[in-house]
Write a protein that binds this ligand. Structure first.
Ligand SMILES: [Zn+2]
Ligand SMILES: [Zn+2]
Length: 226
């Protein structure tokens, strides 16, 4: 135990029991996604690869998603977003790590976080997708690159209906790098990182930007399927 644990003792994000951010009893209640699913129709798909009939040229090629956005995982994600306890992100990274073997994604992928608008990032102090991406990059020795920018302020997707979500994020992202800070996307495999995958509208929009700039594949990775 370190000093910080004494001053701010860890409590379970779900049942408030002291000791850890997610106690064993709540961890056992996490609902895992047994079989990988397609990013478009969310039906079972081998290794998480998009069905050939669903896939779009400038869209997502696959989906890595580990559990359902319910119970303890939902509580943990909400706590990260709104309560600034970003240590919980380590639990989420662990949950992803333990389940990565189920997915058949390109092993040379570059991890790219879904960006927040600077206004929201400043207010929150951090971007949870960045924390997750950096942690996973260290664990798996995958390169990490903060390539995207949310150039337009958008309403939170959770407030919107399914058909409104696409419209809300359309044209909201652009590439961060400039001529002085080049990064060639040509032929690169990208793994987009976010906390929750709901309709895929945000990740699809990001994939579109990355693929038009030359990326050969874009997979989405999220802790939970909303
Ligand atoms: Zn608990
Ligand atoms: Zn499909």
């Amino acid at each position: 135990m370190n000093l910080l644990d004494l001053i701010f003792p860890k409590r379970c994000v779900s049942c408030r029991k002291f000791g850890s951010y997610l106690c064993d009893s709540c961890f056992s209640k996490v609902e895992f996604v047994d079989k990988p699913v397609c990013p478009y129709c969310e039906r079972q798909a081998v290794g998480g690869k998009a069905h050939p009939g669903c896939a779009k040229r400038f869209g997502l090629d696959g989906l890595i998603v580990v559990c359902r956005y319910r119970g303890p995982v939902r509580n943990a994600i909400i706590k990260i977003k709104y309560k600034w306890i970003y240590d919980i992100e380590k639990i989420l990274a662990t949950i992803i790590s333990q389940n990565l073997w189920k997915f058949d994604f390109p092993t040379d992928s570059v991890l790219v976080p879904v960006p927040l608008h600077t206004k929201r990032k400043r207010w929150r102090g951090f971007n949870q997708a960045e924390l997750l991406g950096k942690d996973l990059s260290k664990r798996f020795k995958h390169p990490y690159a903060d390539l995207l920018l949310r150039s337009r302020y958008t309403r939170p997707q959770v407030e919107l209906k399914k058909d409104e979500r696409k419209k809300n994020v359309r044209g909201a992202f652009s590439l961060r790098f400039t001529q002085s800070k080049p990064f060639s996307l040509q032929g690169k495999n990208i793994l987009l990182v976010d906390d929750v995958y709901t309709t895929g509208a945000t990740m699809s929009e990001c994939a579109n930007v990355l693929k038009r700039a030359g990326a050969s594949s874009v997979w989405a990775m999220a802790v939970a399927l909303g």
